[in-house]
Design a protein around this ligand. Sequence first.
Ligand SMILES: C[S@@+](CC[C@H](N)C(=O)[O-])C[C@H]1O[C@@H](n2cnc3c(N)ncnc32)[C@H](O)[C@@H]1O
Length: 251
Amino acid sequence: MISNWQRLILKNFGKAAPNYNKEAQLQRAFAWRLAKICSKESIPEGVWIDLGSGTGLLAEALETLHPNKSVFRVDGSKEMLAQHPVEKQTQLWDLNCGLPSWPKQPSLIASSFTLHWLNDPTNRIEEWFSALSPGGLLAIALPVQGSFQEWRLAAQSSHVPFSAIPLPSQESLLKGLNKKYIRYQKLHSFTQEASGINSLLKPMVKVGAQASPQVGMSVSDWRRLKQAWPDSIKDGTVKLTWLIQILLAKR
Ligand SMILES: C[S@@+](CC[C@H](N)C(=O)[O-])C[C@H]1O[C@@H](n2cnc3c(N)ncnc32)[C@H](O)[C@@H]1O
């Protein structure tokens, strides 16, 4: 059964879908980074799949780098899938229900900025890896624990709830995979800057990534958070650091 939390996640992404491509600069950059790292690997013939494809940023990057391939796109939001060109193959599917049964095992399962929105990411990784054809490649990118340290510090010192989505740890993601299969494993740090915390956090809302299991913040919470944000007193510029894990495993 779909929980209210899962429903909220998909509803937010659905609402953001029409403007997603305009706003998702970070996601675009990492879709390209992941696609370029994949292009250095040999991948057996077969079907390529983008899980949690959103509007298809990763699928498009993969197809641009491999013009003969057409990437199959799977997402739980019909509004996200509606953004894909009509000739692309898409499937509406809730990835918390396991993987759909496809006629052939895929030789590439790629996924960017999606796994942390799903229940039990460690089990999902195991499941996705075992769905590959022999020699197939699993390639994922997602933000992990340790991200948003400026936000966390400001929340702690101002005693307001830290309302970012809980992220999986780097170690927990590796638990589902035997070391011998890992081809690439790296944490990439990316710092966003803005003139204030509203503009720093607004892009998350614009791409639909604002769902949080924490209670919402009051106006006075916001004020206290702003004042406590590291560096905000100097010239007003504030920072938010993401830690993005990229992981490639070959079956
Ligand atoms: C931040 S977007 C990332 C989209 C794309 N991969 C990218 O890099 O731009 C997360 C995507 O995960 C999808 N998603 C979230 N929960 C899902 C679920 N339970 N089943 C399938 N897709 C889901 C959302 O609809 C959304 O398109």
